[in-house]
Design a binder for this molecule. Structure first.
Ligand SMILES: Cc1ncc(COP(=O)(O)O)c(C=O)c1O
Length: 397
C-alpha cells in the first residue's frame, strides 16, 4: 500500500538536535569517539530530593490520571513559584501542566491562530517555533536576532514586521541558540508595542534560572503583560529534569480552559508523580541549592568554552549571558556552517549544530552546548581547534 500523508505534514519541521544526536550515536556505535555538544540537556542528575519525592508519590498511589490541567495543589505551587520569580499574581486556574513545554506552544497556536495569520518568531530561534507555527497554517515571519545587538531583539525592527494579520509574537529570553538575554528596557518596549498593536505574546522563559550576570527580567512579569502573555516554562533545564517531561504555561483563564480541553483530547494529563515531584522542585531549599550549584558550574564551563573558541583563528565567540549554549560566528574561517558541523562530527568527533538549523539568520554560526563536563569541553576544544587549523574549507570540499 502507498501511504498518503495529509498536506499539513509538508509544513512540519524538526529539531536538528535530536537528528544529530541519533547520527552521533550511530557513529559511536561504529567505534568513533564522540564529544556531544549538540543536545541541550543538563548532564547532571536530577537532585535526589526531587527523585525521592517522585518515588514517595508513586509508592503513595499517585499512579492514576489527574485532572487534565494538573493536580490543583501542583497548579497552585506552580502559580506561587511564578509569582515569586516574576512579581505577578497568577492563580492555580491560570496554570496548565503539560508533558513538556512544547505542548504549550502547540496548544497556544491551535487555540489562537487561524490559517494565514502571521506569527513572528526569533531567527535564529528554537526551531520548533517556526515548525509548529507553519504546521498550524500560519505564515511565519522571522525576527532577526543579531550578534551585533548582543543577541537581543531590535524593537524598531520588530515593530516594522507587525501587520494587521500578526496574531502572535514569540519571544525567548534567555535564548536558544544564542544565550542572549533581554534587558528590562527591551521588555518594556516589547510590552508597549504589544499593547499598541493588541498582540498576544508567547514568552518562552525556560532558561530563566540560567543567567550568569545581571538580572533576567521576565517579559511575562513586565507591566501589564500577564493579560496578553502566555508564559511557557518547564522543569527540564533548571532542575535537570528533561526526561521527566513536565512543562507548564501560565495564561489568561479563558485560554487555560481551552488548553485543558486540548489536554483532554491529547495526553489526558501529565504524569501524576512527575507533577508531585515538581512541588519539591519549586518549594524545597535543597532544590534551590541544586539550581544554584548547577548554574555556577555552567558559568565556569561557559567561560572555558568561550575562551577556548576565541583562540581558534577565524572564530568570534560572544560571551552569552544565559542558557547553556554558545553561538560563535565562524564565517571568517571560510567554512559553511552546515559543512563545518557535519565535518566536525564525522571527522573530528565533536557533535555540534549548524546555525542554519535555527533559521536563515543563523548561517555562519554553529551552536555548542556546554551542558557537558569540563574534560569533554576541553577535548572538544582541542579537536575543533586542530581541525579548523588543519583543514581549509576549500580543501575539504
Ligand atoms: C527554547 C526552548 N524552549 C522549549 C524547550 C522544550 O523543553 P521541554 O519540552 O523539555 O519542556 C527547549 C528544549 O530544548 C528549548 O530550548
Amino acid at each position: 500500500m502507498i501511504l498518503q500523508f495529509a498536506e499539513r505534514m509538508g509544513q512540519i519541521g524538526t529539531e536538528s538536535a535530536f537528528e544529530v544526536l541519533a547520527e552521533a550515536k550511530r557513529l559511536e556505535a561504529g567505534g568513533m569517539d564522540m564529544v556531544h555538544l549538540e543536545i541541550g540537556e543538563p548532564d547532571f542528575d536530577t537532585p535526589e530530593n526531587i527523585v525521592d519525592a517522585a518515588v514517595a508519590a508513586m509508592r503513595g498511589g499517585s499512579t492514576h490520571y489527574t485532572p487534565a490541567g494538573g493536580i490543583p495543589e501542583v497548579r497552585a505551587a506552580t502559580a506561587a513559584y511564578v509569582a515569586r520569580r516574576t512579581g505577578t499574581k497568577p492563580e492555580a486556574e491560570n496554570v496548565v501542566l503539560v508533558p513538556g513545554s512544547k505542548n504549550i506552544l502547540h496548544f497556544a497556536l491551535l487555540a489562537l491562530v487561524n490559517s494565514g495569520d502571521e506569527v513572528i518568531v526569533p531567527d535564529p530561534g528554537y526551531p520548533i517555533y517556526a515548525s509548529l507555527a507553519s504546521f498550524v497554517g500560519a505564515r511565519v515571519v522571522s525576527l532577526p536576532i543579531r550578534q551585533s545587538n548582543d543577541f537581543r531583539i531590535d524593537c524598531d525592527e520588530l515593530e516594522r514586521l507587525i501587520t494587521p494579520r500578526t496574531r502572535l509574537l514569540v519571544v525567548n529570553s534567555p535564548g536558544n541558540p544564542t544565550g542572549g538575554v533581554l534587558l528590562e528596557e527591551d521588555c518594556r518596549r516589547i510590552a508597549d508595542i504589544s499593547r499598541r498593536h493588541d498582540l498576544m505574546v508567547l514568552s518562552d522563559e525556560i532558561y530563566s534560572r540560567l543567567v550568569y550576570e545581571g538580572d533576567c527580567p521576565s517579559l511575562y512579569g513586565t507591566e501589564d503583560m500577564a493579560e496578553r502573555t502566555i508564559l511557557m516554562d518547564g522543569l527540564s533545564k533548571a532542575w535537570a529534569m528533561c526526561g521527566w517531561r513536565l512543562g507548564y504555561g501560565v495564561m489568561p483563564r479563558p485560554l487555560a480552559k481551552w488548553m485543558e480541553t486540548l489536554m483532554i483530547n491529547t495526553s489526558s494529563c501529565a504524569a501524576a508523580f512527575t507533577q508531585l515531584a515538581a512541588v519539591e522542585a519549586f518549594t524545597s531549599p535543597r532544590s534551590e541549592d541544586a539550581v544554584v550549584a548547577m548554574r555556577t558550574e555552567f558559568q565556569h564551563r561557559r567561560d572555558i568554552l568561550v575562551d577556548g573558541l576565541s583562540q581558534v583563528p577565524g572564530v568570534v565567540c560572544h560571551r552569552p549571558l544565559g542558557a547553556f549554549y554558545v553561538f560563535p560566528d565562524i564565517s571568517a574561517t571560510g567554512w559553511d556552517d552546515r559543512k563545518l558541523a557535519h565535518d566536525l562530527m564525522h571527522e573530528a568527533g565533536v557533535a555540534t549544530l549548524s546555525g542554519s538549523a535555527f533559521g536563515s539568520q543563523g548561517a555562519g554560526h554553529i551552536r555548542l552546548s556546554y551542558a557537558n563536563s569540563v574534560d569533554n569541553l576541553e577535548r572538544a576544544l582541542e579537536r575543533i581547534g586542530s581541525y579548523i587549523s588543519k583543514h581549509s574549507p576549500v580543501a575539504a570540499r
